[in-house]
Design a protein around this ligand. Structure first.
Ligand code: SF4
Length: 312
């Protein structure tokens, strides 16, 4: 009996949290059960187990507040809903060399033969990218994880599945954007990349960006952000702001793996993604922040010593 009551309490708490997230306009969730609950709430359908009984919010009389018995607990307030943003078709890439796809293919071929750092000794597959890049938006992260190392494609693990949902939430298909990492080979055991590995591999990312000429770069997690911005500032200070890499607007946000560990970051990521989509559609609304203006957390370089948010 007690565990049934506990479950009911948990269900109510989760429903309240979910309604709050929907109310703030957040449109992606980490797991399928949560997604299904979100879809029901968004479409105002009752959950299967509740179909015989109207949902709490459905019991509210739209003509006025219900008459409460004296001493009855106050009715739960339904959070105010932010309308879900509607997105049109995304812009397509322009201004690239006519043979940009051949250039990317040549780069990929080169990386697959690469032995410039020790990571070639332990990798199973080289992971160059995911997505066609026909939409001029590049997501850049840290390094392949175990799933990517096995499959040879960026962001295919659990964090990758969440990234797919995040991208879909702003009206894009991950097949159309370009997803890549600073390192193309997995550091064994997902350890932090070493400085010489970063130095050896970063030119591949620089060349990818030069070929793709994206309208916008979104860095996922501290590592890629610090490498591209040459900043030592913490991700919490960098995210949600617009910087520039080689003149290209760059918006840092949290790594999806961090989001899986801490769902409270979801709201920040959602705000960052709305900013990404806005810049993709409309261009940069204001001057970008110079990265050197964001104070570093410590004098010690993050890429040598910090704890990364996790692998893709
Ligand atoms: S991590 Fe980069 S530099 Fe090192 S072997 Fe792989 S592709 Fe080459």
């Amino acid at each position: 009996m007690r565990s049934k009551m506990d479950r009911e309490q948990i269900r109510k708490e989760l429903a309240l949290q979910l309604e709050g997230e929907i109310g703030r306009g957040i449109a992606f969730w980490a797991d399928e059960e949560w997604n299904a609950a979100a879809r029901r709430l968004l479409s105002r359908q009752p959950a299967p187990a509740e179909s015989a009984e109207p949902r709490e919010s459905a019991r509210v009389d739209p003509k006025g507040p219900p008459t409460e018995a004296p001493g009855a607990p106050a009715p739960r307030r339904t959070p105010r809903r932010t309308p879900r943003p509607q997105f049109g078709p995304p812009p397509l890439a322009t201004g690239r060399d006519p043979d940009w796809e051949a250039q990317l293919a040549a780069l990929s071929e080169e990386a697959h033969q690469c032995v410039k750092c020790r990571l070639h000794e332990t990798r199973r597959k080289v992971v160059v990218s995911s997505g066609s890049g026909r939409v001029p938006l590049v997501f850049a992260s840290e390094a392949p994880g175990a799933d990517e190392d096995a499959q040879g494609e960026a962001f295919v693990g659990r964090a990758g599945q969440l990234l797919t949902k995040i991208i879909a939430a702003i009206g894009l298909d991950r097949k159309d954007v370009y997803i890549c990492n600073v390192l193309k080979c997995r550091p064994p055991g997902n350890r932090n990349p070493m400085a010489d590995e970063i130095e050896s591999c970063t030119p591949y990312l620089q060349r990818q960006l030069a070929i793709l000429k994206p309208r916008l770069i979104c860095t996922l997690g501290l590592f890629a952000t610090q490498v591209l911005l040459e900043s030592k500032a913490p991700i919490g200070k960098l995210r949600g702001r617009v910087f520039r890499y080689q003149g290209i607007p760059l918006v840092p946000t949290y790594h999806p793996a961090a989001l899986l560990r801490n769902p409270n970051l979801k709201r920040n990521v959602w705000e960052d993604m709305l900013l990404v989509r806005k810049i993709l559609d409309e261009g940069l609304p204001a001057p970008a922040v110079p990265a050197e203006e964001v104070p570093a957390r410590s004098a010690k370089p993050r890429i040598e010593s910090g704890n990364l948010f996790g692998q893709s």
